[in-house]
Ligand binder design. Structure first.
Ligand SMILES: [Zn+2]
Length: 327
């Protein structure tokens, strides 16, 4: 199979036109921060831009040609002038050693005599030492180099890093545009509007959820939480099961459930919620809790996710979180 460049996501066309214009005018900054919700296609856009910068015969729309040697190397993920920095393990930190590597990489001359591009994603996973180390590169960027930071939680980046990047925000598509795209990507057996709502309107997250079977995991998790809350299961058993589904996804559902419980309990008119199909179960689960208690549980879920990212024991942390829900 021939390697092809990433195709353009339809809802990113206006943003791409802005980028294309800057490429044409040679006014791209040395550091870009692509921000926006998880699953709107920030990494996709970053790779497309890297690919376009390295292509030798970009089209008028600034899209990569897909034919030249640089395009072929990009598509095979072996282009020597493109470095992608990601956590060694999903959900863990990007270390200071990895960012020092970026500095050394940037100091070298480009292999092809053109641009050098570094993509750091998710940028918020850099620990403080890594972020401080990145500042040196951001302060003295080599010419013909572009650093692309990608983050769905840009506000948590240090202000010094943020202020040295030009921020481009990647928006969610309209529901209609997202559903049209999902229809082409997913077979007919999924409830696409529900899937898109569960993904908080982010199409790539919805696609990934469908591929990973997350709607089924979510239904099982909900049953397990109800069993726990009604004294028919224990936190240790439920934590083990949730760990098998993946702690990030488990905590994502837990967080959205509590957020929806707070929405449902805060207003008498039916609010918009993410987990629209399980309103009655969420109301049941939150029936004996005050709003204050729900907010405390939300904080706990967010803190648990943060601690797991910092390489703490995921099973213990999940058990600790679930003990609060046990009858
Ligand atoms: Zn090309």
């Amino acid at each position: 199979m021939r390697n092809t460049p990433p195709s353009q996501l339809p809802w990113q066309q206006p943003l791409w036109q802005t980028i294309a214009q800057r490429l044409h005018d040679d006014t791209l900054p040395h550091a870009l921060l692509l921000s926006g919700a998880h699953g709107v296609g920030k990494n996709h856009l970053a790779r497309l831009l890297a690919h376009a910068l390295l292509c030798r015969q970009r089209g008028r729309d600034a899209l990569p040609c897909g034919e030249c040697r640089d395009c072929q190397l990009c598509a095979a993920q072996t282009h020597p002038d493109f470095l992608q920095v990601v956590p060694h393990e999903a959900g863990k930190v990007i270390s200071v050693d990895q960012i020092r590597g970026v500095g050394q990489y940037m100091a070298l001359k480009s292999h092809a005599g053109g641009y050098k591009v570094v993509l750091i994603s998710p940028a918020e996973q850099m620990n403080l030492a890594a972020a401080n180390s990145l500042l040196k590169t951001l302060e003295e960027p080599p010419s013909d180099a572009l650093l692309i930071l990608v983050s769905s939680r840009a506000a948590t980046l240090t202000a010094t890093v943020r202020s040295r990047c030009q921020q481009l925000s990647v928006a969610r598509p309209s529901q209609q545009q997202a559903l049209q795209w999902l229809q082409q990507e997913i077979d007919g057996s999924h409830d696409l509007p529900l899937l898109l709502t569960l993904a908080d309107g982010a199409p790539l997250r919805a696609l990934q959820m469908a591929r990973d079977g997350l709607p089924a995991h979510r239904a099982e998790m909900l049953q397990q939480l109800i069993q726990l809350a009604t004294g028919r299961s224990d936190p240790l058993a439920v934590a083990s099961k949730w760990l098998k589904f993946g702690h990030q996804d488990s905590l994502y559902w837990m967080r959205t459930w509590i957020e929806d419980m707070i929405r449902l309990r805060s207003t008498s008119t039916p609010p918009r919620v993410i987990n629209d199909d399980i309103r009655p179960q969420l109301l049941d689960l939150s029936a004996h809790l005050t709003l204050q208690q729900l907010h405390t549980r939300l904080d706990k879920a967010i803190e648990t996710a943060r601690l797991i990212e910092r390489q703490c024991n995921a099973q213990l942390l999940l058990e600790d979180l679930l003990i609060g829900w046990a009858k």
